[in-house]
Design a protein around this ligand. Structure first.
Ligand code: NAI
Ligand code: MG
Length: 358
């Protein structure tokens, strides 16, 4: 029996609702005789926890997390804590501390889901986001606070090591897909240092991947291409900030922010990787029981894949698609189903699969 140690960090808002749903689905998968089970530990680190204790991650917390095979993360963000405090208190220390430099964000229009684009079926992308440096390096400062002369700086850091490894990762990923097409997204007309470094290293790495077709696009232009010529894109590689924005657009174009999954990978597997829906804690729908859990289920499928359970990952994706095709949709997709309805449908389909295969 393969045992996968999962650290669940639901954290805030709908994060707690969708992670609970995700764990139910993982339990249903493990209940089949697939030869694996999960050993799940729940971590209470959240904004409420922070307001009570003064920290998100207690001393020794990251050390403890290191002993897990994967982290299943909800969302962090509260109306009672500034967003930069919550993000830097919980999610970024894990992503940066565990060198999860490759953030992988697939986008596809699932069966039965309507894209705001007329022919949403044309969307089948993976956005590769540099996840360790760039605009979110945390390098900057504030001086002369409150004075008319006040200054705030936010210095973007690009290192050769950081840029080269994300490009290699993106090329490998592009190579594994049928279209074998990688688009480099930068802004090297206006930003003539770090972004030009990105372009140059991309060209250097491309030499090792003659089988991958490449092109480049400026980040502003790529937004129009995503909307007007979605079929012309396959894998995109972009900086931390650019890909953060593009992947929200990608999720919306594929039907809802409630669908988009993401994996924060440490490809060398020196540290555990972290899997989370791309959405945040969604104050407007927290506690209503209507959060779309599909992003989290798809995220769970990515986690299974990473854990070496490719068969279960494929099965889960098929089940998710059967449920979206059956129009069991939460309100963000125009339906009336609750989180629990969608979760029940997914779990029941898994059990029916099991019954059919016995
Ligand atoms: P958000 O993603 O929480 O919500 C944006 C809109 O999308 C809302 O209308 C929300 O109801 C809807 N939405 C999001 N997920 C949904 C789902 N699963 N089902 C149905 N509808 C869904 O982004 P927002 O409002 O900018 O941020 C809220 C809080 O979340 C902030 O504190 C922010 O810092 C935090 N945040 C945290 C993230 C993380 O932990 N990785 C990512 C993004 C935001
Ligand atoms: Mg984002």
């Amino acid at each position: 029996m393969r045992v996968h140690k999962i650290a669940a960090i639901p954290a805030d808002g709908i994060g707690t609702e969708v992670i609970a749903a995700g764990l139910e689905v993982l339990a249903a998968l493990a209940a089949q005789d697939g030869g694996f089970r999960f050993d799940v530990e729940n971590f209470p680190w959240s904004s409420d926890y922070y307001l009570k204790h003064g920290y998100y991650i207690p001393e020794g917390g990251l050390e403890k997390l290191k002993t897990f095979d994967a982290i299943f993360f909800g969302a962090v963000g509260s109306q009672h804590v500034p967003d930069h405090v919550s993000l830097w208190g919980l999610r970024l220390p894990i992503a940066q501390g565990f060198d999860q430099y490759a953030n992988v964000r697939p986008a596809r229009v699932l069966p039965g889901v309507k894209s705001p684009l007329t022919d949403g079926q044309d969307i089948d992308w993976v956005i590769v986001r540099e996840n360790s440096e760039g605009e979110y390096s945390g390098n900057g400062g504030r001086v002369h606070r409150g004075l008319p002369t006040e200054v705030g700086t936010e210095t973007v850091i690009f290192t050769r090591v950081g840029v080269e490894r994300i490009h290699r990762f993106a090329f490998e990923l592009a190579r594994s897909r049928p279209a074998r097409h990688l688009t480099l997204v930068t802004k090297s007309n206006a930003q003539r240092f770090g972004m030009v470094l990105w372009d140059e290293i991309f060209a250097e790495v491309a030499v090792d991947y003659p089988d991958v077709k490449t092109d480049r696009e400026l980040v502003d232009a790529v937004t129009t291409r995503m909307v007007l010529k979605p079929k012309s894109l396959d894998v995109l590689v972009a900086t931390n900030l650019h890909a953060d924005i593009l992947s929200d657009l990608a999720a919306a174009l594929s039907g809802s922010l409630g669908i988009g999954p993401t994996a924060n990978l440490n490809p060398e597997r020196k540290f555990p990787s972290m899997f989370e829906p791309i959405h945040g804690s969604a104050f407007d729908i927290t506690g209503k029981g209507i959060a779309n859990p599909i992003a989290t289920f798809w995220t769970a499928a990515m986690m299974l894949e990473h854990l070496g359970e490719a068969k279960a990952a494929r099965q889960l994706m098929k089940v998710i698609e059967a449920v979206t095709a059956a129009k069991i949709h939460t309100p963000d997709l125009g339906g009336t189903a609750t989180t629990a309805d969608v979760t029940r449908a997914v779990c029941e389909t898994i059990r029916m699969d099991q019954a059919a295969s016995v």
